[in-house]
Design a protein around this ligand. Structure first.
Ligand SMILES: C[S@@+](CC[C@H](N)C(=O)[O-])C[C@H]1O[C@@H](n2cnc3c(N)ncnc32)[C@H](O)[C@@H]1O
Length: 362
Protein backbone atom coordinates (compact mmCIF):
# COMPACT_ATOMS: atom_id res chain seq x y z
CA UNK A 1 0.00 0.00 0.00
CA UNK A 2 2.80 2.40 0.98
CA UNK A 3 4.66 1.60 -2.25
CA UNK A 4 1.58 2.11 -4.42
CA UNK A 5 0.99 5.45 -2.68
CA UNK A 6 4.62 6.43 -3.35
CA UNK A 7 4.06 5.77 -7.08
CA UNK A 8 0.86 7.88 -7.09
CA UNK A 9 2.63 10.70 -5.21
CA UNK A 10 5.58 10.55 -7.62
CA UNK A 11 3.14 10.71 -10.54
CA UNK A 12 1.76 13.97 -9.12
CA UNK A 13 5.26 15.45 -8.69
CA UNK A 14 6.14 14.44 -12.26
CA UNK A 15 3.01 16.15 -13.57
CA UNK A 16 3.93 19.31 -11.64
CA UNK A 17 7.53 19.21 -12.90
CA UNK A 18 6.66 18.68 -16.55
CA UNK A 19 7.12 14.94 -17.07
CA UNK A 20 3.74 13.54 -18.17
CA UNK A 21 5.37 10.35 -19.46
CA UNK A 22 6.98 9.48 -16.10
CA UNK A 23 3.69 10.42 -14.40
CA UNK A 24 1.88 7.89 -16.61
CA UNK A 25 4.54 5.24 -15.98
CA UNK A 26 4.24 5.71 -12.20
CA UNK A 27 0.44 5.54 -12.34
CA UNK A 28 0.31 2.36 -14.41
CA UNK A 29 2.86 0.69 -12.14
CA UNK A 30 0.89 1.78 -9.06
CA UNK A 31 -2.28 0.29 -10.53
CA UNK A 32 -0.81 -2.74 -12.23
CA UNK A 33 2.08 -4.33 -10.30
CA UNK A 34 0.53 -7.35 -8.62
CA UNK A 35 3.48 -9.17 -7.06
CA UNK A 36 3.22 -12.17 -9.36
CA UNK A 37 7.00 -12.16 -10.00
CA UNK A 38 9.79 -11.98 -7.41
CA UNK A 39 11.00 -8.59 -8.71
CA UNK A 40 7.50 -7.12 -8.32
CA UNK A 41 7.37 -8.48 -4.77
CA UNK A 42 10.78 -6.89 -4.09
CA UNK A 43 9.33 -3.56 -5.18
CA UNK A 44 5.93 -3.84 -3.50
CA UNK A 45 7.38 -5.15 -0.22
CA UNK A 46 10.17 -2.57 -0.03
CA UNK A 47 11.44 -2.77 3.56
CA UNK A 48 12.16 0.96 4.14
CA UNK A 49 10.16 4.12 3.52
CA UNK A 50 9.46 4.10 -0.26
CA UNK A 51 8.34 7.75 -0.47
CA UNK A 52 10.00 10.64 -2.27
CA UNK A 53 11.19 11.93 1.12
CA UNK A 54 13.18 8.78 1.83
CA UNK A 55 14.07 5.89 -0.51
CA UNK A 56 12.22 7.18 -3.61
CA UNK A 57 11.38 3.68 -4.87
CA UNK A 58 9.41 4.96 -7.92
CA UNK A 59 12.45 6.92 -9.11
CA UNK A 60 14.62 3.83 -8.66
CA UNK A 61 12.24 1.76 -10.81
CA UNK A 62 11.85 4.50 -13.45
CA UNK A 63 15.65 4.88 -13.52
CA UNK A 64 16.20 1.15 -14.05
CA UNK A 65 13.72 1.04 -16.95
CA UNK A 66 15.16 4.18 -18.55
CA UNK A 67 18.68 2.74 -18.23
CA UNK A 68 17.57 -0.39 -20.11
CA UNK A 69 15.93 1.74 -22.80
CA UNK A 70 19.03 3.92 -23.20
CA UNK A 71 21.23 0.81 -23.43
CA UNK A 72 19.09 -0.65 -26.25
CA UNK A 73 18.04 -3.57 -24.04
CA UNK A 74 14.35 -2.71 -23.65
CA UNK A 75 12.76 -4.75 -26.44
CA UNK A 76 9.03 -3.99 -26.66
CA UNK A 77 9.24 -1.16 -24.15
CA UNK A 78 11.59 0.93 -26.32
CA UNK A 79 8.99 2.04 -28.93
CA UNK A 80 6.69 3.12 -26.08
CA UNK A 81 9.31 5.47 -24.64
CA UNK A 82 9.96 9.08 -25.64
CA UNK A 83 10.62 10.48 -28.16
CA UNK A 84 7.78 8.26 -29.44
CA UNK A 85 4.24 9.57 -28.80
CA UNK A 86 2.58 8.97 -25.42
CA UNK A 87 1.77 5.26 -25.26
CA UNK A 88 -1.39 3.44 -24.42
CA UNK A 89 -1.45 2.80 -20.64
CA UNK A 90 -2.16 -0.94 -20.87
CA UNK A 91 0.62 -1.49 -23.42
CA UNK A 92 3.08 0.49 -21.29
CA UNK A 93 2.23 -1.55 -18.20
CA UNK A 94 2.54 -4.90 -19.98
CA UNK A 95 5.90 -4.02 -21.57
CA UNK A 96 7.30 -2.54 -18.34
CA UNK A 97 6.30 -5.59 -16.28
CA UNK A 98 7.74 -7.92 -18.90
CA UNK A 99 11.05 -6.06 -18.88
CA UNK A 100 11.25 -5.97 -15.06
CA UNK A 101 10.86 -9.76 -15.03
CA UNK A 102 13.24 -10.35 -17.94
CA UNK A 103 16.04 -8.23 -16.40
CA UNK A 104 15.23 -8.90 -12.74
CA UNK A 105 18.90 -9.35 -11.75
CA UNK A 106 19.93 -6.01 -13.26
CA UNK A 107 16.85 -4.24 -11.86
CA UNK A 108 17.39 -5.66 -8.34
CA UNK A 109 20.95 -4.33 -8.34
CA UNK A 110 19.90 -0.95 -9.78
CA UNK A 111 17.26 -0.58 -7.05
CA UNK A 112 19.99 -0.71 -4.39
CA UNK A 113 21.31 2.74 -5.40
CA UNK A 114 19.70 5.86 -3.98
CA UNK A 115 18.50 7.94 -6.96
CA UNK A 116 21.10 10.52 -7.87
CA UNK A 117 20.25 13.71 -9.61
CA UNK A 118 22.79 16.36 -10.38
CA UNK A 119 20.58 19.04 -11.85
CA UNK A 120 22.73 21.41 -13.90
CA UNK A 121 19.78 23.79 -14.34
CA UNK A 122 20.35 24.86 -10.71
CA UNK A 123 23.68 26.35 -11.76
CA UNK A 124 21.77 29.39 -13.08
CA UNK A 125 20.55 30.37 -9.62
CA UNK A 126 23.83 29.40 -7.97
CA UNK A 127 26.00 31.44 -10.33
CA UNK A 128 23.68 34.44 -9.89
CA UNK A 129 24.46 34.07 -6.17
CA UNK A 130 28.22 33.76 -6.81
CA UNK A 131 28.10 36.91 -8.96
CA UNK A 132 26.26 38.75 -6.19
CA UNK A 133 28.93 37.71 -3.66
CA UNK A 134 31.75 38.64 -6.08
CA UNK A 135 30.12 42.02 -6.68
CA UNK A 136 29.73 42.76 -2.97
CA UNK A 137 33.20 41.65 -1.91
CA UNK A 138 35.26 42.39 -5.04
CA UNK A 139 37.24 39.24 -4.20
CA UNK A 140 37.94 35.90 -5.91
CA UNK A 141 35.88 33.01 -4.55
CA UNK A 142 36.91 29.81 -2.86
CA UNK A 143 33.99 27.39 -3.26
CA UNK A 144 32.91 24.62 -0.89
CA UNK A 145 29.86 22.58 -1.90
CA UNK A 146 28.12 19.93 0.20
CA UNK A 147 25.96 17.24 -1.43
CA UNK A 148 27.72 17.79 -4.77
CA UNK A 149 26.64 14.48 -6.34
CA UNK A 150 28.87 14.41 -9.45
CA UNK A 151 30.04 18.01 -8.93
CA UNK A 152 28.37 19.50 -12.00
CA UNK A 153 27.19 22.64 -10.19
CA UNK A 154 30.71 23.18 -8.83
CA UNK A 155 31.73 24.18 -12.37
CA UNK A 156 28.80 26.55 -12.96
CA UNK A 157 31.25 29.20 -14.15
CA UNK A 158 32.20 27.05 -17.17
CA UNK A 159 28.69 27.21 -18.67
CA UNK A 160 27.09 30.02 -20.62
CA UNK A 161 23.69 31.46 -19.57
CA UNK A 162 20.76 33.42 -20.83
CA UNK A 163 18.97 35.12 -17.92
CA UNK A 164 15.79 36.22 -19.68
CA UNK A 165 17.26 38.14 -22.65
CA UNK A 166 20.58 38.83 -20.98
CA UNK A 167 23.55 36.62 -21.86
CA UNK A 168 26.48 35.72 -19.61
CA UNK A 169 29.49 33.76 -20.76
CA UNK A 170 32.58 32.58 -18.93
CA UNK A 171 35.78 34.55 -19.49
CA UNK A 172 37.95 32.68 -22.02
CA UNK A 173 40.83 32.43 -19.58
CA UNK A 174 38.64 30.77 -16.94
CA UNK A 175 38.06 27.74 -19.17
CA UNK A 176 40.35 24.77 -19.37
CA UNK A 177 41.75 23.96 -22.80
CA UNK A 178 40.48 25.99 -25.71
CA UNK A 179 37.09 26.73 -24.20
CA UNK A 180 35.50 25.29 -27.31
CA UNK A 181 34.22 22.22 -25.49
CA UNK A 182 31.73 24.36 -23.59
CA UNK A 183 30.15 26.07 -26.55
CA UNK A 184 27.33 23.53 -26.54
CA UNK A 185 25.91 24.40 -23.13
CA UNK A 186 23.87 27.54 -22.64
CA UNK A 187 21.49 27.39 -19.71
CA UNK A 188 18.39 29.44 -20.34
CA UNK A 189 16.15 30.62 -17.55
CA UNK A 190 13.31 33.07 -17.32
CA UNK A 191 14.16 36.07 -15.15
CA UNK A 192 12.03 38.49 -13.15
CA UNK A 193 13.13 41.35 -10.93
CA UNK A 194 16.39 43.24 -10.59
CA UNK A 195 19.11 41.69 -12.77
CA UNK A 196 21.93 39.63 -11.33
CA UNK A 197 25.31 41.34 -10.95
CA UNK A 198 26.37 40.28 -14.43
CA UNK A 199 29.16 42.78 -14.74
CA UNK A 200 30.89 41.59 -11.57
CA UNK A 201 34.26 39.97 -12.17
CA UNK A 202 33.89 36.33 -11.26
CA UNK A 203 37.16 34.62 -10.39
CA UNK A 204 37.06 31.16 -8.87
CA UNK A 205 40.28 30.56 -6.99
CA UNK A 206 39.52 27.05 -5.78
CA UNK A 207 36.64 24.57 -5.62
CA UNK A 208 35.95 21.59 -3.43
CA UNK A 209 32.88 19.45 -2.97
CA UNK A 210 31.75 16.49 -0.89
CA UNK A 211 28.97 13.96 -1.05
CA UNK A 212 28.03 10.94 1.02
CA UNK A 213 27.75 8.96 -2.25
CA UNK A 214 29.59 10.90 -4.96
CA UNK A 215 29.17 9.82 -8.57
CA UNK A 216 32.41 9.31 -10.46
CA UNK A 217 31.84 10.44 -14.01
CA UNK A 218 35.00 8.82 -15.35
CA UNK A 219 33.14 5.51 -14.88
CA UNK A 220 30.78 5.00 -17.88
CA UNK A 221 28.30 2.97 -15.79
CA UNK A 222 27.95 5.79 -13.24
CA UNK A 223 27.59 8.35 -16.03
CA UNK A 224 24.80 6.31 -17.59
CA UNK A 225 23.08 5.89 -14.23
CA UNK A 226 23.04 9.65 -13.74
CA UNK A 227 21.53 10.09 -17.22
CA UNK A 228 18.93 7.37 -16.54
CA UNK A 229 17.50 9.19 -13.51
CA UNK A 230 16.55 12.12 -15.76
CA UNK A 231 12.98 11.70 -16.91
CA UNK A 232 12.86 10.28 -20.40
CA UNK A 233 10.50 12.93 -21.77
CA UNK A 234 12.76 15.86 -20.75
CA UNK A 235 15.24 15.98 -23.65
CA UNK A 236 16.53 19.45 -22.68
CA UNK A 237 17.61 18.20 -19.26
CA UNK A 238 19.24 15.14 -20.85
CA UNK A 239 21.05 17.32 -23.35
CA UNK A 240 22.41 19.78 -20.81
CA UNK A 241 23.42 16.98 -18.45
CA UNK A 242 25.37 15.33 -21.29
CA UNK A 243 27.06 18.65 -22.12
CA UNK A 244 27.90 19.34 -18.47
CA UNK A 245 29.39 15.84 -18.11
CA UNK A 246 31.62 16.55 -21.11
CA UNK A 247 32.68 19.86 -19.54
CA UNK A 248 33.55 18.07 -16.31
CA UNK A 249 35.48 15.29 -18.05
CA UNK A 250 37.55 17.92 -19.90
CA UNK A 251 38.91 19.15 -16.56
CA UNK A 252 37.67 16.97 -13.71
CA UNK A 253 36.99 18.18 -10.18
CA UNK A 254 36.88 15.28 -7.80
CA UNK A 255 34.11 15.17 -5.22
CA UNK A 256 35.26 13.94 -1.82
CA UNK A 257 33.40 11.14 -0.06
CA UNK A 258 32.26 12.55 3.25
CA UNK A 259 29.33 13.38 5.45
CA UNK A 260 28.44 17.06 5.01
CA UNK A 261 28.69 18.14 8.66
CA UNK A 262 32.03 16.37 9.27
CA UNK A 263 33.42 17.87 6.08
CA UNK A 264 32.30 21.45 6.78
CA UNK A 265 33.82 21.28 10.27
CA UNK A 266 37.08 20.02 8.75
CA UNK A 267 37.48 22.28 5.71
CA UNK A 268 35.96 25.61 6.76
CA UNK A 269 38.48 26.52 9.39
CA UNK A 270 39.36 29.66 11.38
CA UNK A 271 42.58 30.24 9.42
CA UNK A 272 41.72 31.73 6.05
CA UNK A 273 43.70 33.25 3.25
CA UNK A 274 43.27 37.04 3.06
CA UNK A 275 41.82 38.50 -0.13
CA UNK A 276 39.54 35.52 -0.86
CA UNK A 277 35.81 35.12 -0.15
CA UNK A 278 34.92 31.64 1.04
CA UNK A 279 31.54 30.47 -0.28
CA UNK A 280 29.83 27.45 1.26
CA UNK A 281 26.91 26.43 -0.94
CA UNK A 282 24.40 23.67 -1.56
CA UNK A 283 21.29 22.91 -3.59
CA UNK A 284 18.45 20.54 -2.71
CA UNK A 285 20.50 18.87 0.00
CA UNK A 286 19.44 20.39 3.32
CA UNK A 287 16.39 18.22 3.96
CA UNK A 288 18.46 15.05 3.52
CA UNK A 289 20.87 15.98 6.30
CA UNK A 290 18.62 15.68 9.35
CA UNK A 291 18.32 18.19 12.17
CA UNK A 292 21.53 17.36 14.14
CA UNK A 293 23.74 17.77 11.05
CA UNK A 294 21.88 20.95 10.00
CA UNK A 295 22.50 22.44 13.45
CA UNK A 296 26.17 21.45 13.41
CA UNK A 297 26.70 23.12 10.03
CA UNK A 298 24.77 26.29 10.94
CA UNK A 299 26.60 26.62 14.27
CA UNK A 300 30.00 26.00 12.71
CA UNK A 301 29.46 28.57 9.97
CA UNK A 302 28.20 31.15 12.50
CA UNK A 303 31.32 30.55 14.62
CA UNK A 304 33.74 30.86 11.70
CA UNK A 305 31.74 33.75 10.26
CA UNK A 306 31.90 35.52 13.63
CA UNK A 307 35.70 35.56 13.33
CA UNK A 308 35.71 36.70 9.69
CA UNK A 309 36.66 40.14 8.36
CA UNK A 310 36.26 42.20 5.19
CA UNK A 311 39.54 40.69 3.91
CA UNK A 312 38.43 37.15 4.82
CA UNK A 313 34.65 37.11 4.37
CA UNK A 314 32.47 34.00 4.54
CA UNK A 315 29.26 33.44 2.56
CA UNK A 316 26.65 30.70 2.91
CA UNK A 317 24.53 30.37 -0.23
CA UNK A 318 21.77 27.80 -0.50
CA UNK A 319 19.10 26.89 -3.01
CA UNK A 320 16.61 24.77 -1.12
CA UNK A 321 12.96 23.83 -1.29
CA UNK A 322 11.05 26.25 0.86
CA UNK A 323 8.03 24.06 1.56
CA UNK A 324 5.61 21.66 -0.03
CA UNK A 325 4.44 22.93 -3.45
CA UNK A 326 6.53 26.13 -3.09
CA UNK A 327 9.39 27.12 -5.41
CA UNK A 328 12.95 26.83 -4.17
CA UNK A 329 14.46 29.71 -2.22
CA UNK A 330 17.96 31.10 -2.83
CA UNK A 331 19.23 32.43 0.50
CA UNK A 332 22.47 34.13 1.41
CA UNK A 333 24.12 34.79 4.75
CA UNK A 334 27.32 36.85 4.65
CA UNK A 335 29.84 37.50 7.36
CA UNK A 336 30.99 39.86 8.76
CA UNK A 337 27.43 40.69 9.72
CA UNK A 338 25.63 37.38 9.49
CA UNK A 339 22.22 38.68 8.35
CA UNK A 340 20.20 36.22 6.28
CA UNK A 341 18.69 37.42 2.98
CA UNK A 342 16.29 35.88 0.54
CA UNK A 343 17.97 36.58 -2.81
CA UNK A 344 15.47 34.86 -5.09
CA UNK A 345 12.76 32.32 -5.65
CA UNK A 346 13.53 29.77 -8.33
CA UNK A 347 12.15 26.78 -10.16
CA UNK A 348 13.81 23.68 -8.65
CA UNK A 349 15.29 22.70 -12.05
CA UNK A 350 16.26 26.27 -12.96
CA UNK A 351 13.51 27.08 -15.52
CA UNK A 352 13.03 30.56 -13.99
CA UNK A 353 14.35 32.84 -11.30
CA UNK A 354 12.49 35.64 -9.56
CA UNK A 355 15.08 37.92 -7.98
CA UNK A 356 13.87 39.70 -4.86
CA UNK A 357 13.66 43.44 -4.38
CA UNK A 358 16.51 45.29 -2.70
CA UNK A 359 15.01 44.87 0.73
CA UNK A 360 14.68 41.11 0.32
CA UNK A 361 10.87 41.38 0.29
CA UNK A 362 8.65 39.02 -1.66
C1 LIG B 1 18.92 15.78 -4.48
S1 LIG B 1 20.64 15.50 -4.60
C2 LIG B 1 21.20 17.11 -5.09
C3 LIG B 1 22.54 17.07 -5.75
C4 LIG B 1 23.07 18.43 -6.23
N1 LIG B 1 23.32 19.30 -5.11
C5 LIG B 1 22.14 19.08 -7.22
O1 LIG B 1 21.55 20.14 -6.89
O2 LIG B 1 21.97 18.57 -8.31
C6 LIG B 1 21.13 15.41 -2.88
C7 LIG B 1 22.58 15.01 -2.70
O3 LIG B 1 22.91 15.11 -1.31
C8 LIG B 1 23.75 14.03 -0.95
N2 LIG B 1 23.67 13.85 0.51
C9 LIG B 1 22.59 13.48 1.23
N3 LIG B 1 22.91 13.43 2.55
C10 LIG B 1 24.22 13.79 2.65
C11 LIG B 1 25.11 13.95 3.74
N4 LIG B 1 24.72 13.71 5.01
N5 LIG B 1 26.36 14.33 3.49
C12 LIG B 1 26.76 14.57 2.22
N6 LIG B 1 25.97 14.44 1.15
C13 LIG B 1 24.70 14.06 1.35
C14 LIG B 1 23.19 12.88 -1.76
O4 LIG B 1 24.12 11.82 -1.89
C15 LIG B 1 22.87 13.57 -3.10
O5 LIG B 1 23.97 13.53 -3.97
Amino acid sequence: MRVRQAFYDQARFCDQLGSPFTALLCRVLADGLDGSSQIERDILEWPGDPSAFADSVPLRVAGALHDLVRAGRAGELAPLYPPHPMPNAAALLAAARGLLAQHSGFVREFLQFPPQTNEVGRSAALIAGWLEIASRTGLPLSLFEIGSSAGLNLIADRYAYRFGDVPWAPAEDSLPGSGQSFAGLTLRCGWKGRGPALDATLRVQSRRGCDRHPLHLADPAQRERLMAYVWADQPERLERLGAAIRAMLADPVSVETSDAADWIEAVVCPRAEPGVARVVFHSIVWSYLGRPAQERIAEHLARIGGASSAERPLAWLRLELAGKDEPAALRLTMWPGGAEELLARAHPHGAWIRWQDEGGGE
